[in-house]
Design a protein around this ligand. Structure first.
Ligand code: ATP
Ligand code: MG
Length: 323
């Protein structure tokens, strides 16, 4: 049975640009799909098609079991959307914006008021709640837009780069709200440029580039594919590179890379921070002076390089199923 969000062969062109070039998606009910990709990959276009804001040139899509092209009104009633560009009314206060959304969704006045207060509190907007949104900073607007999307809890939600521009505290607050929603059964499609975020929130990840899905899998599958974690050491003395190599070989799970001019030695590892502490002790015991050491997790760019042989900017890649 197709999932709560289902798309097959979506194509959308803008002049010469194939913003979507045959995208298939299937998000099981009650799960989170992280749609990951660089600028211009087609993330927002996919969200706009699935939320009935844009008609595709071809392809099919169903959301909450309803055909997006045939019954857009019905789809709109079962979804929530938080966009990349905030949809708040500048001339209303934060509180008024949220209460208005509640009323649009036929919440009772008392319930709308309570929900507005709760969300203003959670997104650290309580102090600014009675100021018009026009006076909000960029990050405050972003939070108000997210809060607006969360006033009601529709069965299917779309969030387009929800945490872009949020400070760490508010990012954390949003992650918590999202986890609660999903625990309550909501299906969510979330776009992001951060692997870490998809890692934290998504059951499945779909990497897109130039309108095409270039990889799918769980975060662990993608990381394994990318080489997972690495320990990176910068030694103080060029003469210590060989000893550092020897030490890292003992802990590593793959090929060692040495960059002589930066005195950097890198090795893939499994074992996280605990292993890092052991590496430090061993280097110290062998008399290797360290300028810098760290555990590096794969970034979106690492995923791209490993999947396509190039960074997020160029080339073309066929889809690969990550196993
Ligand atoms: N209304 C439009 N008119 C013309 N071109 C468009 C339009 N909307 C999107 N595009 C183009 O389609 C491609 C995909 O854009 P889209 O906004 O979906 O990317 P994105 O993955 O959301 O990127 P970002 O990370 O920058 O938000 C881009 O090349 C963009 O320039
Ligand atoms: Mg976008």
């Amino acid at each position: 049975m197709p999932g709560a969000i289902y798309a097959e062969g979506l194509v959308k062109t803008f002049g010469d640009v194939r913003a979507l070039d045959g995208v298939d998606l299937d998000v099981p009910e009650g799960t989170v799909l992280g749609l990951l990709g660089p600028n211009g990959a087609g993330k927002t276009t996919a969200v706009r098609v699935l939320t009935t804001l844009l008609e595709p040139d071809s392809g099919k899509a169903r959301v909450a079991g309803v055909d997006v092209l045939r019954h857009p009104d019905q789809v709109r009633r079962s979804i929530g959307l938080s966009g990349q560009f905030a949809a708040v009314d500048e001339y209303l206060t934060g509180r008024e914006n949220l209460r208005m959304v509640g009323q649009l969704y036929q919440m009772g006045a008392r319930e709308a008021k309570a929900r507005a207060s709760e969300l203003l509190e959670r997104f650290h907007l309580a102090d600014a709640a009675d100021r018009v949104a026009k006076t909000y900073s960029g990050g405050m607007r972003r939070r108000l837009d997210l809060a607006a999307a969360l006033v009601v809890s529709p069965p299917v939600m779309f969030m387009d780069e929800p945490t872009t521009g949020l400070d760490p505290r508010n990012r954390q607050a949003l992650w918590e709200v999202i986890q609660e929603l999903v625990a309550g059964g909501t299906t969510l499609l979330l776009t992001t440029q951060y692997l870490e975020e998809a890692d934290h929130l998504a059951h499945d990840i779909c990497v897109i580039d130039r309108g095409r899905v270039i990889a799918r899998g769980t975060s662990d599958q993608l990381k394994a594919r990318t080489g997972g974690e690495r320990v990176e050491v910068v030694v103080h003395e060029p003469g210590h590179i060989e000893v550092a190599e020897e030490v890292l070989r003992g802990f590593g799970k793959g090929e060692i890379a040495v960059q002589r001019h930066t005195r950097k030695v890198t090795v893939p590892v499994v074992g996280g921070a605990k292993l890092l502490a052991e590496v430090i002790r061993e280097l110290d015991a062998r008399g290797v002076e360290i300028d810098d050491i760290g555990l590096r997790r794969p970034t979106l760019d690492d995923v791209f390089i490993s999947l396509t042989g190039h960074g997020a900017e160029g080339g073309d890649g066929a889809e690969e199923e990550v196993k």
